[in-house]
Every structure is written in C-alpha cells, then in structure tokens.
Design a protein around this ligand. Structure first.
Ligand code: C5P
Length: 214
C-alpha cells in the first residue's frame, strides 16, 4: 500500500470527490474526519470506495467502553479500512474495541500532534494500547523510532504533522516526509500541505515521490 494518506479536511462532498479523482494515482487510503463526516456521512465513504480506495475514519472515539465497542461495530458495517480511538480512554475501552471480530484496523491517538508531552509518556501510552490488542498508534514524527523500538516493527505507526519545510502553524511536532519514512512510519497523514497547495495533484505527486526513498 502507498504510504501517504490524504486527510480530506474539506467541508463539502464535491470538493472531496474532486480531490479523490485528482490524487488517486498516488493515494490508496483517504482520511475522513468529523468535518466531512458530519456533512456527508455514508455518502463520502461510498464515494471513496466506489473509486477503488480505502477509508481511514478518523473520529477519535473516546467514550465509555460499550459506546466505543458499538461505534467500532458501526464503522465495521461501513466497511472502513481503519479508525481511531484515543489511548487515554483507558484499558477497558481499548480492550472492548480490540475484541470485536473482523473489525477495521484500530489506531490509537497517543497525543494530538498540536500538543506537547514527553516521549516517555507517548511510549507508555503506545505500550498500553499494544497490550490491549490495538493495531497501532497515531504519533508525531518525533517518537516513531522510539515506539517501533519499544512495541516492535509490526505495531503500526501512523504519522501526521508532515510539513514540506518548517512552517508556523498549530502543528508543533513536525517533520518532512523523508524523515518520517526513514524513522519508520508505516503511513504519513497529510492535510494542509496538499489541500492548500495551488495544485493539489502536483503536491500529492511530489510528496508521494518523497515517500519512496529507501
Ligand atoms: O493539515 P495537517 O497536515 O496538519 O493534517 C493533519 C491531519 O491529521 C488532521 O486531519 C488532523 O486531524 C490529524 N491528526 C493530527 N494529530 C493526531 C491525530 C490526527 O494532526 N494526533
């Protein structure tokens, strides 16, 4: 699978559809978050799948165990490839989500990449999620190597906070695509560097090529 996931952080269906069509040579998985899901729900998932692509449903579940369990079951019915929970939801919540049969991949958010915590705390949360049966974590570029070392290479690390060069916005823990891949990220999640580019298709191609480094 291609390592770049495009975050479809746009408000309307038409914009999202245009982006999927333009970028499809370089992307296998599209991330749908609350912004778009609240607007277009099931239709957006169907559109992405009808284009032969997979969906990463990023709704960051964090609730009592039974609610998270039922939410994961609903996401399974939608046929999404992966989804997110918060690691701070705790052991019982994470285990309830992980125990569901034939479920999408679950990636737990260790910490939002716009927030700052210590690498030790990120690793502690990653190890906890692994011990609960979760498939991987969403983590900033700065902790990829540490998490891989502590949790093993089969434990997925999915990395937002990708910037083509250093910029000042709300992402505090950033790296270039090359650095994230070299550190061992299984997937990088890219939003604004593509969405705000003059030519999103060109920007996607550029970042995709930068992920092919050995
Ligand atoms: O626009 P940008 O490239 O910063 O987009 C990053 C995407 O990754 C956003 O959709 C954001 O919600 C998501 N994300 C994040 N940090 C996390 C989990 C998800 O930035 N820990």
């Amino acid at each position: 699978m291609k390592k770049i996931i495009l975050a479809l952080d746009v408000y309307d269906f038409k914009k999202a559809e245009k982006l999927v069509k333009e970028t499809s040579p370089y992307i296998d998985v599209y991330k749908v978050g609350p912004i778009l899901f609240l607007q277009s729900g099931k239709e957006i998932i169907k559109m992405i799948k009808d284009n032969g692509k997979e969906v990463f449903l990023d709704l960051k579940f964090h609730d009592i165990p039974v609610t998270v369990k039922r939410s994961v079951e609903s996401a399974r019915e939608l046929g999404v490839f992966s989804l997110t929970t918060h690691s701070i939801g705790g052991e019982e919540m994470l285990k309830a989500a992980a125990a569901i049969e034939n479920r999408p991949k679950i990636w737990a958010v260790t910490v939002l990449t716009s927030q700052i915590i210590t690498p030790e705390e990120v690793t502690r949360r990653a190890k906890l999620t692994k011990s609960c049966g979760i498939d991987g974590v969403i983590s900033s570029p700065l902790e990829i190597a540490l998490i891989k070392k502590e949790c093993g290479k089969d434990f997925n690390v999915v990395t937002p906070g990708i910037r083509l060069l250093k910029v000042n916005d709300d992402q505090k823990r950033v790296a270039t695509p090359e650095v994230a891949i070299k550190e061992g990220a299984d997937f990088i999640v890219v939003g604004r560097p593509i969405l705000e580019a003059e030519n999103p298709a060109e920007a996607t191609k550029n970042i995709y090529e930068r992920t092919l480094i050995k």
